[in-house]
Design a binder for this molecule. Structure first.
Ligand code: NAP
Length: 266
C-alpha cells in the first residue's frame, strides 16, 4: 500500500471537502476514511468533483463495530461504496477488534473475506490489533493476506512489541496519529532535528515512521501543512536522528483507546 496518504478523522462537512480537495490538488492519492467518521459521502463528492481518475487513487475505509455481524458487514460496505462513488475500495479494515463485543472475530473476518470475494474491496486488513489478535486473525483468514494493521504509532508510543512481531512476520503496519495530533510540533528534540534538516517537526515524525517501513496518513485542515507534510517523502533521517527519536518512547499517553472496542494492548 502507498507509504503516504491523507487522514480524515474528525473532519466533516465543508472542512473535509476542503481538506480532500486541496490534498488532491497537491498530489495526494491515498485517502483514509471510516464508516465511523461520517464523512464518506463528502469525500466521494469531492473525489468526483476533482476529476482525478479512480485508477490513480488508493481509498481505504473501515468497517464500524455496529456492522460486524455476517448479515450487516457486506451491505454496510456496499453503502460505503455508494457514498464514496466507487465500485470497490482498495482496502477495507476492521476498525477495532472489539474482543468483548457480541460478534466473534471469526464472524467479522469471515464477512470481510466475503466482501473481498465479492470484489467490494481489493485488499483487506485490520486496525488496532495486538500481537495475539493478529495471530488469531491470520489463522482465521488462512491464505487471504492482511495488507496492513493500522495502529497508533508516534514518537511517544512506538508500540515496540507489536512492531517487532510485525517485522518478523512480514506484516505491514500503518502508523496513525503519527503527529500525536500535533504534539510533535512542540517537541524540543524533533524541533532540533528539524532545524538541522531545514524541515518541520511534523516532517521529521513522518519520515521517522516511513523510515521504519510504516505507511502514514496525517490529517490537516491547512493547505500549507498538507503541502509540507507530503515533503516528508523526500526526507532521510540519519541513524543518530532515529536514535534520538527512539528515546522519546513512553513519554506520552495512548491517545485512541475507546473502552468498548479496544483490546488488552501489548
Ligand atoms: N484506525 C484508527 O482507529 C484510527 C484512529 C485515529 C486516527 N486514524 C487515522 O489516522 C489519521 C491521522 O490521525 P489524526 O488525524 O487523529 O492525527 P495526526 O495526523 O497525528 O494529527 C493531526 C493534527 O495535527 C495537526 N497538523 C497536521 N500537520 C501539521 C503541521 N505540518 N504542523 C502543525 N500541525 C499539523 C492538524 O492540525 P491542522 O488541521 O491545523 O493542520 C491536526 O490537528 C486520522 O485522520 C485517521 O484517518 C485512525
Amino acid at each position: 500500500m502507498p507509504p503516504f496518504g491523507l487522514g480524515t478523522f474528525r473532519l466533516k462537512g465543508q472542512v473535509v471537502q476542503d481538506s480532500v480537495r486541496e490534498a488532491l490538488e497537491l498530489g495526494y492519492r491515498a485517502i483514509d476514511t471510516a464508516q465511523g467518521y461520517d464523512n464518506e459521502g463528502e469525500i466521494g463528492q469531492t473525489i468526483a468533483d476533482s476529476g482525478v481518475d479512480r485508477s490513480e487513487l488508493y481509498i481505504t475505509t473501515k468497517i464500524k463495530p455496529d456492522n460486524y455481524s455476517a448479515d450487516k458487514l457486506v451491505p454496510s460496505l456496499r453503502e460505503s461504496l455508494d457514498k464514496l462513488g466507487v465500485d470497490a475500495v482498495d482496502l477495507a479494515l476492521i476498525h477495532w477488534p472489539a474482543p468483548r463485543g457480541p460478534v466473534s472475530a471469526g464472524e467479522y473476518l469471515g464477512a470481510l473475506a466475503d466482501a473481498h470475494a465479492q470484489g467490494l474491496t481489493r485488499q483487506i486488513g485490520v486496525s488496532n490489533f495486538t500481537v495475539a489478535l493478529l495471530k488469531q486473525a491470520r489463522e482465521l483468514l488462512g491464505d487471504l493476506p492482511i495488507t496492513t494493521n493500522q495502529v497508533e504509532i508516534h514518537p511517544y508510543l512506538q508500540n515496540r512489541k507489536l512492531a517487532e512481531f510485525a517485522r518478523q512476520e512480514g506484516i505491514h503496519l500503518t502508523s496513525y496519529m503519527t503527529l500525536a495530533v500535533g504534539k510533535v510540533m512542540e517537541d524540543e528534540v524533533l524541533q532540533d532535528i528539524a532545524r538541522a534538516h531545514d524541515v518541520t517537526p511534523a516532517q521529521v515524525a513522518l519520515a521517522w515512521a516511513m523510515g521504519q517501513g510504516y505507511s502514514v496518513i496525517p490529517s490537516s485542515t491547512r493547505r500549507e501543512h498538507l503541502e509540507s507534510n507530503m515533503k516528508a517523502l523526500d526526507l532521510r533521517l540519519s541513524d543518530e536522528d532515529m536514535g534520538r527519536i527512539a528515546a522519546l518512547d513512553g513519554q506520552g499517553e495512548r491517545l485512541a483507546n475507546p473502552a468498548s472496542v479496544a483490546p488488552d494492548w501489548d
